[in-house]
Design a protein around this ligand. Structure first.
Ligand code: ATP
Length: 299
């Protein structure tokens, strides 16, 4: 098992009376992608700022690559794509990345490889102000990954992008992840990241409501796995034990993690049905189930 490259332990952060972070912990290993989710004002950006070393916690500890990011920020291999990026429109894509490369002591050859990786080589000599939103966002990702960061933080990276541009951006993020980069993505676009995350953390009112590996979260007892198959209604009628798990409205079986194996076994062994489509709980369902706990938290 890889050791954690980002370790947040029991952090607190207050702004006057407001407890922006309340006993929040997380741990992320090399090559893992963590989704940081939560309503507006939940504390996601505050947490990101602590990890980036842009602010310090009032309690608890933050370690990035074994160091305190607040005191060793310049030495840390950290990339950041903020939610609102302003790029110099009167520079070309190449000039812009070259500028950041010089600033960070990155070899010029890396600029070419990043432009190629992000499929911007054809547009590299055009002014950035002529780029589409998707191209600008890719360029912004380019500046974040220029120095080959070991940890990359993305704040709402796909807002305003069309589905194709958004998928392309996540394609790039997955490549970085495969190369061992640990990635934290803060997003409200749950459907887009559902299949890509290794871990998710749901925050509300400065608390961590739920966190874990996606397999664990999809097996939370309060969530239902859905099973589709042709003629499900007839089968449910014939077999009352199966029938108790039949959802008439959705025309499918709906079962908690605990009974999932039983149901699948029943369908395959007793009824010899192998044409099942098993649909585990989605990230949206996980998120909404967590939000139900939010009202129990005092502001
Ligand atoms: N510098 C600050 N001074 C005072 N309050 C702050 C400061 N920064 C954040 N807050 C407050 O802390 C809480 C958490 O803010 P934060 O920006 O971390 O939320 P968020 O989850 O990133 O929200 P969003 O999804 O809207 O970006 C909010 O109530 C916010 O108003």
């Amino acid at each position: 098992m890889n050791s954690a490259v980002v370790k947040v332990q029991n952090v607190h952060k207050d702004f006057g009376q407001l407890k922006a972070l309340n006993d929040v912990s997380l741990s992320l290993s090399q090559g893992q992608l963590l989704g940081l989710l939560g309503h507006n004002g939940a504390g996601k950006t505050t947490l990101i700022k602590l990890i980036l070393g842009l602010s310090t916690p009032d309690g608890g500890q933050v370690e990035v690559l074994g160091q305190n990011p607040a005191t060793n920020r310049d030495q840390l291999s950290l990339g950041y794509l903020p939610e609102h990026v302003s790029l110099y429109g009167n520079l070309t894509g190449f000039e812009l990345l070259n500028y950041f490369a010089k600033l960070r002591g990155v070899k010029p050859a890396r600029v070419f490889s990043v432009l190629e990786q992000l499929q911007l080589q054809e547009a590299q000599h055009r002014l950035v102000k002529t780029y589409s939103k998707g191209m600008r966002q890719r360029l912004a990702l380019g500046q974040a990954i220029l120095a080959n960061p070991k940890v990359l933080i993305l704040d709402e990276p796909t807002v305003g992008l069309d589905p194709e541009a958004a998928q392309m951006l996540y394609g790039q993020v997955l490549t970085l992840k495969q190369q061992g980069c640990a990635v934290i993505v803060c997003t409200h676009e749950l459907t887009l990241v559902d299949n890509h995350l290794d871990q998710a953390m749901v925050m509300a009112k400065g608390h961590c409501i739920k966190q874990g590996r996606m397999e664990e979260l999809r097996n939370l007892p309060e969530l239902k796995t859905r099973i589709e198959l042709g003629g499900a209604a007839l089968l449910a009628q014939k077999d009352p034990e199966l029938g108790q798990y039949f959802d008439l409205h959705q025309n499918q079986f709906s079962v908690a993690a605990e009974q999932k194996s039983w149901l699948v076994e029943r369908l395959t062994e007793k009824h010899q049905r192998f044409d099942l489509n098993v649909l585990p709980p989605s990230l949206v369902e996980i998120y909404h189930s967590c939000q139900r706990h939010t009202s129990e938290i005092a502001s």
